[in-house]
Design a protein around this ligand. Structure first.
Ligand code: PLP
Length: 334
């Protein structure tokens, strides 16, 4: 059976560059760290979600939807990307947002509003348990007015969304060839699991030995094993992808989450400052900064000894920095 690759629309500026983090790599004394610059998939419409939305929105348009409904934390990068992409395509967007301490009118939330998304905010307590209800209420409100909604799950992580990173694997393999490198490990932050699922499945389908290692920003390794498998099974069923999820080696580090989702400690802010100062690369406190901190700790422990090149996928998130200005200022002044 041939794989039925889904349609996509063009939203991301691709291919993104693969760049060497020269000075940071030398400072850490481990393998050379190459960065896949998916923070450069666009300007405000940027980050890993843009790759996923190319496929998800193609499906929404195919189904004649005129309203995209999705959800996330109040500073969700996914929600911001969806709001901007919806505006670009002439669609409406409704965001179901979970309150977090970073809920000021700033960063992603500010961009959501500028882009015209309709925003509903709900308390953090009980949010997951009531999410389905929030979606149903929102969708039925639009449908009563004769509009057609397309619901996108958290982080656009499902059988369609994973195509964004299955596709990225082909780009990465071309990058490796171009730079003459042969990395054994590709690193990314994982939150809703779709980037991890797409990369893991993508390298498997390309018959590559490259191991994807993800650093969790919430939930434990067991959770991500199940979530990745669920997305892979969904993808395999919808698009006739020949894969037995049991054969995939799903690797997640869950020791660097700290106090929880969206809660970053001094180590993470110091990591962000170190990489910004040594190579001019800006990471964020919720995803890429945490993952990079974890990567640095693992390098120190000698995990990648013997590997000359390693790849870190920069999944974006710069707007998430701004609501943390107080903590960043404190860290930099000490
Ligand atoms: C900047 C950034 N990096 C990484 C992730 C994690 O990606 P995923 O949700 O596909 O696990 C997200 C979204 O959750 C994100 O916004």
């Amino acid at each position: 059976m041939t794989i039925a690759i889904p349609d996509k629309i063009s939203l991301a500026l691709l291919p993104t560059p693969l760049q060497l983090l020269n000075r940071t790599s030398r400072l850490l004394g481990g393998p050379r760290i190459w960065v896949k610059r998916d923070d450069l998939t666009g300007s405000a419409l940027s980050g890993n979600k843009v790759r996923k939305l190319e496929f998800v929105m193609a499906q929404a348009i195919k189904e004649n939807a005129n309203v995209l409904v999705t959800c996330g934390g109040v500073q969700s990068n996914h929600c911001r990307a969806t709001a901007i992409a919806a505006a670009q395509q002439g669609l409406k967007c409704h965001l179901i947002l979970r309150e977090e301490p970073t809920g000021q009118f700033d960063g992603n939330l500010l961009l959501d509003s500028i882009s015209g998304a309709v925003i509903s905010r709900f308390p953090k307590a009980g949010f997951s348990a009531r999410l389905k209800e929030y979606f149903n209420e929102t969708v039925s409100k639009y449908e009563q007015q004769g509009e057609k909604c397309f619901s996108i799950p958290t982080g656009a992580s499902d059988g369609i969304g994973v195509w964004g990173y299955i596709n990225c694997v082909n780009e990465l393999l071309r990058d490796f060839e171009f730079h003459g490198i042969n990395p054994k490990t590709v690193i990314c932050a994982t939150g809703s699991g779709g980037t991890q699922a797409g990369l893991t499945l993508g390298f498997h389908l390309a018959q590559s030995e490259i191991q994807v290692e993800s650093f969790a920003v919430c939930d434990d390794a067991e959770y991500f094993k199940n979530k990745v498998k669920t997305d892979v099974i969904d993808c395999s069923r919808k698009y006739s992808v020949p894969v037995e999820p049991e054969v995939l080696k799903i690797q997640t580090h869950d020791a660097y989450i700290g106090a929880g989702y969206g809660l970053a400690n001094e180590d993470v802010f110091k990591t962000i400052a170190l990489v910004a100062r040594s190579d001019g690369l800006i990471l964020d406190p919720v995803y890429t900064g945490k993952a990079f901190y974890g990567l640095m700790e693992e390098i120190k422990k000698g995990r990648y000894a013997g590997q000359s090149d390693i790849v870190f996928v920069h999944t974006g998130g710069v707007f998430g920095l701004f609501p943390y200005r107080g903590q960043i200022e404190n860290t930099l002044n000490h």
